[in-house]
Design a protein around this ligand. Structure first.
Ligand SMILES: *Cc1c(COP(=O)(O)O)cnc(C)c1O
Length: 355
């Protein structure tokens, strides 16, 4: 699929969200998006750097669509702030980055099979090796390829195939493990996602880089004793105002938030409860009487709030924060911003953009 038109940099000086809402509706045709703050990503990386020895480099882990944040723009941003290496989970993710002009060393963390060596060479991806058999297998595969490598692209960086020592994920780094090796491989830390809601992790001064925002698509005043949604899991106590938002579990909003989730009315900061079932494409929320369709709501907050953050939601549903992040669906538009109000939007979202 043609993706050239997806990434566009637009400059816009005025209040962002009115503009964005218009764009979301007219171009992406959605009333919900994920706002990714690239400056926060820069900040998290700086915090991380301060914990490493000067000689230790960073391999930015961008597997699983950069933990749901969208690997292409995250990768370009990481490179622009001097993160010298990237890592993906599978070869296909690495190919995707190359096709979107991401340069420099890209490691593949998963176990590479010998039949994948050809693509590793062609796209200059660095296979991970964890034991001697794998190394020997790889050397074998490489030798076979070298004698018949008709369609291998030029400029292979054999140097970077040299074996480096790296270890330590975010958790390890925050405990001081591996911070003096050649490289460390943080993932969750960069995105500001702690493995749990413990304060230990938050004390380092990182924050989540993503928040989810939505506008209601319908608000209805309903009488007392109205059953809301499928299988009538909620019945109104009194006359209530119910807002429908057009996203649901198909977007990665957990079905287990049925009658448990909360969203924030941005105008006032009020917490509004999700009532009734989370459906595939919709949720229903009890809102104050004066709520209008043009008001934005924070669906997932970029903090560690016990009710509305991804970490809080993970606690509520008994899930893992990374699982929730990675499951944020490709059909949710991702909107990338930096300080100067440069909207680096991925319009049409990652809907066409599988990683
Ligand atoms: C995913 C992954 C990481 C990053 O882990 P985080 O806990 O997200 O920092 C590091 N190393 C390997 C091998 C991985 O698969």
């Amino acid at each position: 699929m043609e993706e050239k038109s997806i990434y566009r940099r637009v400059t816009h000086g005025s209040e962002p969200y009115n503009y964005l809402k218009e764009r979301m509706i007219s171009e992406v045709r959605r009333t919900v998006y994920i706002h990714i703050n690239l400056d926060q990503l820069t900040h998290n990386i700086n915090v991380l750097r301060s914990m490493l020895q000067p000689k230790t480099g960073i391999i930015g882990v961008v597997k699983a669509g950069a933990y749901g944040h969208g690997s292409v723009i995250i990768s370009h941003h990481l490179k622009s702030i001097g993160v010298e290496r990237l890592a993906v989970g599978i070869v296909d993710e690495g190919i995707h980055l190359r096709k979107h002009h991401v340069k420099g060393p890209i490691h593949v963390l998963g176990n590479i099979q010998s039949w994948e060596m050809h693509d590793c060479l062609r796209y200059n991806l660095i296979p991970n090796v964890s034991d001697e058999t794998a190394i020997l297998g790889m050397v074998d595969a490489l030798n076979n390829l070298k004698t018949s490598k008709g369609d291998v692209d030029g400029n292979i960086d054999y140097e970077s195939l040299g074996i480096k020592r790296h270890a330590a994920n975010s958790n390890g780094i925050s405990r001081g493990f591996g911070t003096d090796l050649d490289f460390v491989r943080p993932g969750s830390y960069m995105y500001g996602l702690p493995p749990d809601n413990s304060d230990e992790f938050k004390a380092f001064g990182i924050s989540p880089i993503a928040r989810m925002v939505a506008y209601p698509t319908l608000i209805k005043r309903v009488p007392k004793d109205t059953n809301i949604g499928y299988s009538s899991s909620y019945k109104t106590d009194k006359e209530e105002n119910i807002a429908v938002f057009s996203f649901g579990y198909a977007d990665g909003y957990c079905r287990n938030l049925t009658n448990k989730g909360f969203v924030i009315r941005e105008k006032t900061g009020e917490r509004c409860p999700v009532i009734g079932r989370v459906c595939m494409d919709a949720i229903t929320v009890r809102v104050p009487e004066d709520t209008t369709l043009s008001e934005s709501f924070t669906i997932i907050s970029a903090d560690y709030d016990p009710l509305t953050s991804l970490t809080g939601i993970a606690d509520t549903v008994g899930g893992l924060v990374f699982e929730l992040a990675a499951n944020l669906s490709k059909r949710l538009p991702r909107l990338y911003t930096t300080r100067e109000n440069h909207w680096n939007t991925s319009v049409r979202a990652l809907s066409q953009n599988i990683y």
